[in-house]
Write a protein that binds this ligand. Structure first.
Ligand code: HEC
Length: 288
């Protein structure tokens, strides 16, 4: 890993540390935005880059930068770059996100990452952070603040590189610009991840009951699901696919946005259940 420290170049007297490493691949995901519209990362593949602005209700960094976010979009959206905001604050809900939008008029789709699992996969650690993803190759290529002069700073360099003809993010690096301190109102705690990583959900008493409740009705010998979840080995082997279908909301089938209407027997799997399942898979789908 190369490490360069750029001091006081971008704003005030803040010191930024820029590091690069082989580009990080992420999985596909689907989230619903503040208007109820669904967004899937892979469906942005008609464009060359997706800029994801981490947002939280009450985050002053977001509120102060609205004009600059819009300027960034004006500069890049005709060059193959899409823009969304991502709300991964565990203490925000859809109503709160809509209320914030009504006051501040961000005018970007605000994706509701209620499980925080997308933020975790993108490496988001505070609101106001900007992430650039190649939606074709699914690589993160920039993670850092919105620089004062985006054109010359690492963010602008990364966008210039990815929109170039023939650009391939597999040959690029992930540029991470670490700030010394995030603003207090933009801090993003990850309580579920911290708890589940410190004490990995138990297969027998936590994970198996979730699968039995949500999946095994179909994923059983002779069931309509293509494989039976009938042993730890089977579930461990299918774990990468299980992660993908949970992150893209494909399974359980027939999910209905619970903020629109609550249905009995709808396929919804709770926030906590999804977190437990994904964190267990991240820990290697252990038996005990
Ligand atoms: C209502 C029945 C039903 C339920 C409930 C269900 N599945 Fe499925 N599952 C299917 C069917 C049918 C398929 C094959 C068609 C498809 O891939 O959409 C499938 C496919 C899959 C696949 C393979 C996808 C692929 O592309 O190969 C995975 C992994 C999976 N399900 C995981 C789960 C998990 C995890 C749950 C519980 C959270 C679950 N399923 C709940 C019916 C179900």
């Amino acid at each position: 890993m190369k490490k360069i420290t750029l001091v006081a170049m971008f704003s005030l007297a803040a010191a930024f540390s820029v590091s690069t490493q082989a580009s990080e691949r992420i999985g596909d995901f689907t989230l619903i935005d503040n208007t109820g519209k669904s967004h899937q990362l892979s469906k942005y593949a008609y464009n060359k880059a997706l800029v994801i602005i981490s947002q939280a209700t009450g985050c002053t960094t977001n509120q102060e930068n609205i004009a600059r976010y819009k300027q960034l979009r004006t500069n890049w959206d005709h060059r193959g770059v899409s823009f969304v905001m991502l709300n991964s604050d565990a203490s925000d809900d859809r109503a709160g996100i809509r209320a914030e939008e009504a006051v501040w008029q961000y005018d970007f789709p605000i994706l509701d990452d209620e499980t925080q699992l997308v933020a975790e996969s993108l490496g988001v650690s505070y609101a106001g952070q900007v992430i650039v993803v190649d939606p074709v190759r699914m690589n993160v290529i920039y993670r850092g603040p919105l620089p004062a002069q985006p054109a010359n700073a690492p963010l602008g360099q990364v966008l210039t590189a990815i929109v170039a003809d023939g650009a391939d993010s597999r040959e690029m690096e992930t540029v991470t610009v670490a700030e010394e301190a995030a603003v207090e109102s933009c801090a993003l705690p990850f309580p579920a991840r911290d708890a589940n990583m410190a004490d990995v959900p138990d297969y027998e008493t936590v994970i198996a009951p979730i699968l039995i409740e949500r999946c095994v009705g179909c994923h059983v010998e002779g069931g309509i699901g293509p494989f039976a979840m009938n042993s730890h080995m089977m579930i461990q082997g299918w774990s990468p696919m299980i992660r993908e279908v949970i992150m893209t909301a494909r399974m359980p089938p027939m999910q209905i946005d619970p903020t629109v209407r609550e249905w009995v027997n709808s396929g919804n799997i709770s926030v906590e259940e999804r977190q437990k399942l994904i964190h267990w898979i991240t820990a290697g789908s252990p038996r005990d």
